[in-house]
Design a protein around this ligand. Structure first.
Ligand SMILES: Cc1cc2nc3c(=O)[nH]c(=O)nc-3n(C[C@H](O)[C@H](O)[C@H](O)COP(=O)(O)OP(=O)(O)OC[C@H]3O[C@@H](n4cnc5c(N)ncnc54)[C@H](O)[C@@H]3O)c2cc1C
Length: 640
């Protein structure tokens, strides 16, 4: 790695005009010339589908790749609660500035001001774009789009389509992309997994994919690669992510020279259905939107096993309302998660495991009726009942925190370009806008801002400023990468050990959850690093992958992904160990206020930690992007 320093390329000047000025100054590509460029978009969730549609609409040739049989099955479809936008339809004092401020504060002052302001600014365009596509957002009686509250905000700025917002937004982006498939400007490659990046003369020029049906390796050349491959929270095994979500594309780009930023900033969501047994493979989210109308509580007494309806009001502790009176049940996720863990650790958790708290709708049902709840959250209530066998209209839901989102990801500059020229990273796969803690309903906003409104400008500037000789899969660089990928696949199949990939994944997950989860400390993190290293050694000596490479082989797919998760797991722990402060979701037990809140250290850690790969068995090198706050003053983050 020969980077001398990280240049974020954030424009100077007043905050409100940075993006406009930037757009005015960057170079354009003429319509006739756009047709000469091919862009490889990897991932077709919200970030990827919106990018593919917008780039093709401009005239570029796009090749779009995804793991699933249809882009409509991307993990984005699971998003439930909503998408933020500073429209101020409720006339409750919202503004672009306020969304910007809430996001910066929500991220505990570990995000770049210029990016976050741009995100808030673009939020309003996203809603217009989606409405124009026909996304059926909920409406009020008068016809205006309805909004609700999400954590970390005192205004109602979250637009929603029942509890299926991601699905509806994805159908919008997918339709826009399919229009371009019909126009022959987007070619779709489903059931492909990108297994490596091809870098020629320092520029990202192609990818190597495995055809997941036939096992064949395929090479694709292009003028730029746009990664939209989502988050890496499945490293923890039990998580709210779709099972296919993985880190392989970003991890292999990291190994080709892209820096990985803030890997330890992983979000733990407070309202998930609790773990019920050792053989569970997935956790289910109950959307944060439920905290608009549900009240979180536990019994005041330790070890109180009475059913909830037998516990009188004055023997209940509505701990979020008690501890954070201004935000109450809508305290941000990191804070609400830690508070849930604290009451359970005290012995006041509920349910068989004692690792759950109540989310209770009885007051709202009494005041506003069941229909009100059904209209807003009907599908979430059904889902809860299907999974737990309990009727949440009649008794409180039981919830517990779980891994849900990753704020870390590949480092990108203001143009969303990684440290490899021509490799752009969008959506959850990049680290860009959420600092140490993402506010609810801001991931959809970011993925769509990146895809619909940012990349169409910044990629043009890259093309206009870059000499790009023709690249083709016949070049030796492609052949070399293909050979490396083949060798790795063969190696995975040849170990013929005793343990399945699922067993390794489960073990990694519990190490990460125990030592790099909601609370972290130096000895625990060092233990995690040592144990993950041992696990990695065992993996490469004792893995059992049945079947062969020339067929649909889920075990082989998972083996490659888990190999990457193990390496990434070590980096997550290493990053958490080096950051000797608490901020947002990263809670180091050694650094807390007397009342147990996160204690930042702005003097030493007000930077983005971006790690460079230096070899499989050597320590990564740390680069720092200092964060400068020109427009807001970092302060103690309080929601009291
Ligand atoms: C249950 C749940 C509910 C949520 N609810 C909300 C919400 O209400 N509001 C909100 O703002 N956020 C929410 N989020 C977060 C949000 O859904 C995600 O952050 C967002 O959808 C990620 O979009 P993306 O386009 O970046 O990635 P994804 O939707 O994860 O898409 C990734 C794409 O990359 C492809 N891919 C991955 N790896 C490869 C590879 N190696 N090769 C080829 N293709 C690959 C996949 O096939 C897929 O197409 C929720 C998350 C969860 C888990």
């Amino acid at each position: 790695m020969t980077l001398s320093k990280l240049d974020a390329k954030a424009p100077s000047g007043p905050l409100e005009s940075k993006w406009t000025q930037h757009k005015n100054q960057i170079k354009l590509v003429s319509p006739a010339n756009k047709r000469k460029y091919t862009i490889l978009v990897v991932g077709t969730g919200l970030a990827g589908a919106s990018a593919a549609a917008s780039l093709a609409e401009l005239g570029y040739h796009v090749k779009a790749f995804c793991i699933q049989d249809s882009p409509r099955r991307a993990h984005s479809i699971a998003a439930q609660g909503g998408i933020n936008a500073a429209k101020n339809y409720k006339n409750d004092g919202d503004s672009v500035w306020r969304l910007f401020y809430d996001t910066i504060k929500g991220g505990d002052y570990r995000a770049r001001e210029a990016n976050v302001y741009r995100l808030a600014e673009l939020s309003v365009n996203i809603i217009d774009q989606c409405v124009a596509q026909g996304v059926p957002f909920a409406r009020e009686y008068g016809g205006l789009l309805d909004t609700r509250s999400f954590g970390g905000a005192q205004v109602e700025r979250t637009f929603y389509a029942r509890g299926q917002t991601g699905q509806q937004l994805l159908l919008g982006a997918y339709s826009a992309m399919m229009r371009q498939v019909d126009e022959k400007r987007v070619t779709l490659y489903p059931r492909r997994e990108m297994l490596d990046l091809v870098v020629i003369n320092g520029q990202a020029r192609g990818i190597v994919c495995r055809n997941l049906i036939t096992g064949e390796l395929e090479s694709y050349a292009g003028d730029a690669v746009v990664l939209c491959t989502g988050g890496y929270g499945n490293a923890y095994f039990l998580a709210t992510y779709a099972k296919n979500s993985n880190a392989t594309a970003i991890w292999r780009c990291y190994k080709r020279g892209a820096l990985f930023a803030n890997p330890c900033f992983t979000q733990i969501h407070p309202t998930c259905i609790p773990v019920t047994g050792d053989y569970q493979s997935k956790l289910t989210l109950m959307s944060e939107s439920l905290r608009n109308d549900g009240r979180v509580w536990v019994p005041k007494k330790k070890g109180d096993t009475r059913p909830p309806h037998e516990i009188p009001e004055d023997e209940r502790d509505y701990y979020l309302e008690r501890k954070y009176p201004s935000y109450g049940n809508l305290a941000p996720r990191d804070i609400a998660s830690r508070a849930a863990k604290a009451v359970c650790d005290e012995g006041r958790g509920v349910g068989a495991s004692g690792k759950a708290v109540y989310l209770d709708f009885s007051d709202t049902i009494r005041e506003r009726g069941i229909e009100y709840i059904k209209e807003r959250y009907g599908n979430l209530f059904e889902m809860y009942q299907h999974i737990t066998g309990e009727n949440p209209y009649k008794m409180p839901m039981r919830i517990y925190p779980a891994i849900h989102y990753t704020m870390g990801g590949l480092w990108v500059d203001y143009n969303l370009m990684s440290t490899i020229p021509g490799l752009f990273v969008l959506g959850e796969a990049n680290f860009s806008d959420h600092g140490a803690n993402r506010l609810g309903a801001s991931a959809l906003m970011q993925g769509l801002a990146d895809g619909y409104f940012i990349i169409p400008y910044t990629i043009g500037d890259y093309f206009a400023n870059t000499n790009l000789p023709k690249a083709a899969p016949s070049q030796s660089e492609f052949r070399d990468v293909r050979n490396e990928v083949t060798a790795k696949l063969r190696k995975l199949l040849s170990i013929k050990g005793e343990k399945t990939v699922l067993e390794f994944h489960r073990e990694l997950g519990s190490l990460l959850w125990d030592y790099v989860g909601m609370a972290r400390n130096a000895p625990g993190l060092q233990t995690a690093i040592d144990k993950i290293r041992k696990l990695r050694e065992e993996f490469w000596n004792n893995l059992k992958v049945p079947g062969s490479n020339d067929m649909l082989n889920k075990s082989l797919e998972m083996a490659g992904r888990v190999a990457d998760f193990i390496e990434l797991g070590e980096l997550i722990a290493r990053d958490a160990l080096h950051r000797e402060e608490s901020c947002g979701a990263h809670f180091r037990e050694e650094y807390q206020t007397p009342d147990g809140e996160a204690l930042r250290n702005d003097e030493r850690f007000c930077y983005v930690a971006a790690w460079a790969y230096t070899g499989d068995h050597s320590q990564p090198e740390l680069y720092k992007e200092p964060l400068e706050f020109e427009f807001v003053q970092p302060s103690i983050r309080s929601y009291k």
